[in-house]
Design a protein around this ligand. Structure first.
Ligand code: GLN
Length: 191
C-alpha cells in the first residue's frame, strides 16, 4: 500500500488535492474510517480545528487516527491540522474540542494578534534547500513548545516555530497549498 489521502471534512482540502495531482500523486479524499484504512499518508488541511475535530469524532475517525498516526500512517497537519495533531492546545474553544493529540508539541490557537491575523513572509527551511518558501499565515496557531524528539524545520524571524517534524508526523502553521511552491508536498511524500 502506498497511497495518499487528504482529510476532506472541512477546510481547504481541494487546494491540497490540486497540488498533489500537479506533482503526479493520485490523492484520495478521506472522510470515513474505511477510506482512512486505505491510505498510508494523510494531509489534514487548514480550516476550523473545532469543526474538523467534531466531525472526526462523529465519524469514528479519532481512534483509528490516534492508533496509526506516526506509525503506519504519515500525517501532515497544516494550520488547523497542526492544532489537531498537537498533544496540548492552549486557547482551546470554551468547553474543549476533540483533537487527535499525538504529536509532542504545544500550540496556541489564533496566536497572532488582530493586525497580524493573516500575513505572508518568506521562510527559510534549510531541509528544503536554500530558496525561502512563501509562508502564508491565516489565523494561524503558534507552536509554543516542542518535545525532545521533535525537529524544528522553520521559525519566524522572532523565533516562533512554524514547521516541525516528529518522525512521520509533520506540522506547518502556514499554508503551502496556497502557493505554487510544492516542495513541502514532495517532502511529505518521502516521509
Ligand atoms: N484558527 C483556526 C483554528 O483554530 C485555524 C486557521 C487555519 O487553519 N487557517 O482552527
Amino acid at each position: 500500500m502506498a497511497s495518499i489521502g487528504v482529510l476532506a471534512l472541512q477546510g481547504d482540502f481541494h487546494e491540497h488535492l490540486a497540488v498533489l495531482r500537479r506533482i503526479g500523486a493520485a490523492p484520495h479524499e478521506v472522510r470515513l474510517p474505511h477510506q482512512l484504512a486505505a491510505v498510508d499518508r494523510l494531509i489534514i488541511p487548514g480550516g476550523e480545528s473545532t469543526t474538523i475535530g467534531r466531525l472526526l469524532s462523529r465519524y469514528q475517525m479519532l481512534e483509528p487516527l490516534r492508533a496509526r498516526a506516526g506509525h503506519d500512517l504519515a500525517v501532515w497537519g497544516t494550520c488547523a491540522g497542526a492544532i489537531l495533531l498537537a498533544r496540548e492546545v492552549l486557547d482551546m474553544k470554551a468547553g474543549g474540542q476533540p483533537t487527535i493529540g499525538v504529536m509532542d508539541i504545544t500550540v496556541r490557537r489564533n496566536a497572532y494578534g488582530s493586525q497580524l491575523e493573516s500575513f505572508e513572509t518568506p521562510l527559510a527551511i534549510p531541509t528544503l534547500g536554500p530558496e525561502p518558501l512563501a509562508g502564508v499565515f491565516i489565523r494561524a496557531p503558534e507552536i509554543v513548545s516542542v518535545g525532545r524528539q521533535v525537529e524544528v524545520l522553520a521559525r519566524l524571524p522572532g523565533g516562533a516555530v512554524v514547521a516541525a517534524r516528529q518522525g512521520r508526523l509533520l506540522v506547518t502553521t502556514f499554508h503551502p497549498e496556497l502557493t505554487d511552491d510544492d516542495r513541502l508536498h514532495r517532502y511529505f511524500l518521502e516521509l
